[in-house]
Design a protein around this ligand. Structure first.
Ligand code: ZN
Length: 256
């Protein structure tokens, strides 16, 4: 008999997955492919780990375009230097990316470059792809910092990854219909606050897989993943979960 996870796996899309070096751990892209073969989910939004100031787009493009295209959806992880090199970001079109990621915790200089962030948002607008901001960790990457951009560009979809701090995330979600958050490293209590505010449909399912292994080395990543999905379904119901894990991914990221 199939488990509940196995029953629904082929419909699940995870909007926030990494490969590469995170602190002491290297997450080999080929191993990431194998883990998702085992999990059997539908789509995986993939990007390098954003902790290095040195961007190596050509290496990352080679890796991301080698991943099975039926499952893996490449994201462009953008640094200020990449914007300086080509403000249209046209150099990176060959990646066929579906989301642009700005990480103002890994690269704190972003906080002093709002106009450079606007340049990136304008590229996203022209290409019709969402902008994902890492949120949390310090003042310069807290959710409220991105509120102004959500308001200035109502036609662009913004994803506040992690939704931290949650109070600020609620403010942004309430004030900007084009703002979304993802469930990666988000506490169940925070997700309840979003749902209680009537904003459940603004969540995307995301995990930050596999870097939880760095924080909790003893876990089995496969078990962790299945348990995470089942906890969300048991707490919020399958209907809401499928909006986060399927409908929103297809609507906002794959645009179908
Ligand atoms: Zn992440």
């Amino acid at each position: 008999m199939k488990t509940k996870f196995e029953e629904i796996a082929s419909q699940i899309c995870d909007c926030h997955v990494h490969y590469g070096q995170f602190r002491e751990d290297y997450y080999d892209p080929e191993q990431v492919v194998k883990w998702f073969d085992e999990l059997g989910i539908d789509k995986v939004g993939i990007m390098p780990v954003g902790t290095s100031l040195v961007s190596d787009f050509y290496r990352d493009q080679k890796i991301m375009t080698s991943l099975p295209i039926e499952r893996f959806v490449p994201y462009l992880w953008v640094s200020p230097e990449m914007v300086d090199a080509a403000p249209t970001l046209a150099l990176y079109n060959t990646l066929n990316y579906k989301v642009i990621k700005i990480h103002a915790y890994a690269i704190k200089e972003w906080d002093k470059m709002p106009d450079k962030i606007r340049t990136v948002i304008e590229v996203a607008y022209n290409k019709g792809v969402p902008v994902m901001f890492h949120t949390g960790g310090w003042r310069g990457s807290n959710a409220i910092q991105f509120y102004k951009f959500c308001r200035e560009y109502p036609e662009v979809t913004f994803i506040l990854a992690h939704g931290k701090p949650i109070s600020q995330t609620l403010t942004v979600l309430k004030g900007a219909k084009n703002a979304y958050t993802d469930s990666s490293f988000m506490a169940i209590e925070s997700m309840k606050l979003i749902c209680d505010a009537g904003l459940s449909d603004r969540i995307l399912f995301g995990t930050d897989f596999p870097i939880m292994k760095t924080f909790w080395p003893e876990i089995s990543l496969i078990d962790w993943y299945k348990n995470n999905v089942m906890e969300l379904i048991q707490t919020f119901g399958e209907k809401d979960f499928m909006v986060w894990a399927h409908e929103n991914f297809y609507k906002l990221i794959l645009k179908r």
